[in-house]
Design a protein around this ligand. Sequence first.
Ligand SMILES: *[C@@H]1O[C@H](CO)[C@@H](O)[C@H](O)[C@H]1NC(C)=O
Ligand SMILES: *[C@@H]1O[C@H](CO)[C@@H](O)[C@H](O)[C@H]1NC(C)=O
Ligand SMILES: *[C@@H]1O[C@H](CO)[C@@H](O)[C@H](O)[C@H]1NC(C)=O
Ligand SMILES: *[C@@H]1O[C@H](CO)[C@@H](O)[C@H](O)[C@H]1NC(C)=O
Ligand SMILES: *[C@@H]1O[C@H](CO)[C@@H](O)[C@H](O)[C@H]1NC(C)=O
Ligand SMILES: *[C@@H]1O[C@H](CO)[C@@H](O)[C@H](O)[C@H]1NC(C)=O
Ligand SMILES: *[C@@H]1O[C@H](CO)[C@@H](O)[C@H](O)[C@H]1NC(C)=O
Length: 359
Amino acid sequence: MVISIEKANDSDNLRLLSDDSGESSKDVSVVRSPRKSPLVLRMIVLAFVMLCGIYISSICLKQLGFNLRPNLSVQVTNKRCPNPSIAHSDLHLLHYPNPLTYTREECECTPVRLFAIFSMQRSGSGWFETLLNNHINISSNGEIFSHKERRNNISSITNTLDKLYNLDWFSSAAKNECTASVGLKWMLNQGVMDNHHDIVDYFNRRGVSAIFLFRRNLLRRMVSVLANLHDRDTKPINGTHMSHVHSKDEASILAQHKPAIDTHSLISELKKTEEMVADALNYFNSTRHTILFYEDIITNQTKVMDVLDFLNVPRRKLVSLQVKIHTNPLSEQIENWNDVYKTLNGTQYETFLNADYRL
Ligand SMILES: *[C@@H]1O[C@H](CO)[C@@H](O)[C@H](O)[C@H]1NC(C)=O
Ligand SMILES: *[C@@H]1O[C@H](CO)[C@@H](O)[C@H](O)[C@H]1NC(C)=O
Ligand SMILES: *[C@@H]1O[C@H](CO)[C@@H](O)[C@H](O)[C@H]1NC(C)=O
Ligand SMILES: *[C@@H]1O[C@H](CO)[C@@H](O)[C@H](O)[C@H]1NC(C)=O
Ligand SMILES: *[C@@H]1O[C@H](CO)[C@@H](O)[C@H](O)[C@H]1NC(C)=O
Ligand SMILES: *[C@@H]1O[C@H](CO)[C@@H](O)[C@H](O)[C@H]1NC(C)=O
Ligand SMILES: *[C@@H]1O[C@H](CO)[C@@H](O)[C@H](O)[C@H]1NC(C)=O
């Protein structure tokens, strides 16, 4: 009995052994040595049988796992919909929501993927989101968590996400029933860092993908933050606060303000921002994610196509109506440029002074 199993799996045994390096080739030569006593030979046969047993049970486990998977997927796939032709490991990314307030009708069997854009204020995420929403199958619902009561505690966060990902969230970004990718824009300081543990759990449990969008030039980001604060206080465009603009004229009005930067706190502020980015990436490392930089996507359309692939929607050209506010060299946009230059010259942030993108 034992021997017959061994024989039947002879080739498997050999394969198993050849997978291991040094040790096993020694074993093989031992088996073939005719001078060894029968006892030693028997021990070796026994060892083979044990190896064989381990091998067989590993195969069995593998098959069991394989059989289990379709049962798991029943929970996420809609029983009435045909199984999508994607890898089993990706099935947990697909959802067939049943919105409470309407039916998805003919798109009932269009699987929906869930995403979140993580970013920081003034990093181009507003522009990026309008770009994504230009896609017929993507619905990104804005800074849902800018309202404090939605991020008070983890249960209000998950309730809000549940509602969004069940396609029950209504915003100007809501598309038709055929939305194939639904998400939101989420600033790191809107409860993400404080609740990262539970949010990562939620993302992994529900198969939510994370898109990180950051700005490489944190000095430019700082100029934008300060200018935006100034605009909120002065409202030069017809008394309205404009975080984003849609014409060159408006952009040039907003760019007229040259903020002065506090050089005493400048380096520590830049450091703090850098650390926050690093922490966020670290926390979300186990989630399905991609990392983007504003400077790359404004100069390289391929980066945007990569995002569409990541979201699994068809590639198409996307446009945003937003116009960039600060297009001049940094030296013309900072009131105390010389002080700022001296503060950063020779530090790790020196490149922020010179790196201007070419549009
Ligand atoms: C998987 O589901 C099928 C029916 O859908 C059932 O017959 C089978 O026993 C299930 N397997 C396990 C391991 O639960
Ligand atoms: C995208 O939306 C269109 C129109 O609603 C729909 O016909 C199409 O099936 C959708 N594509 C995907 C990949 O969901
Ligand atoms: C969470 O916050 C909401 C308000 O946003 C509140 O109604 C609820 O009681 C809070 N839950 C817990 C467990 O603190
Ligand atoms: C201010 O409002 C007027 C009338 O509503 C409009 O014509 C004009 O373009 C606006 N100015 C700017 C800078 O948006
Ligand atoms: C994420 O984890 C992988 C390995 O698990 C590691 O190589 C990588 O450096 C980590 N990335 C971050 C940002 O921590
Ligand atoms: C644009 O991005 C793609 C990948 O997203 C990269 O392969 C390519 O080299 C980039 N092009 C330029 C000019 O940087
Ligand atoms: C920047 O620092 C270098 C030395 O690190 C110095 O030679 C140069 O003059 C400095 N530039 C300015 C504008 O201060």
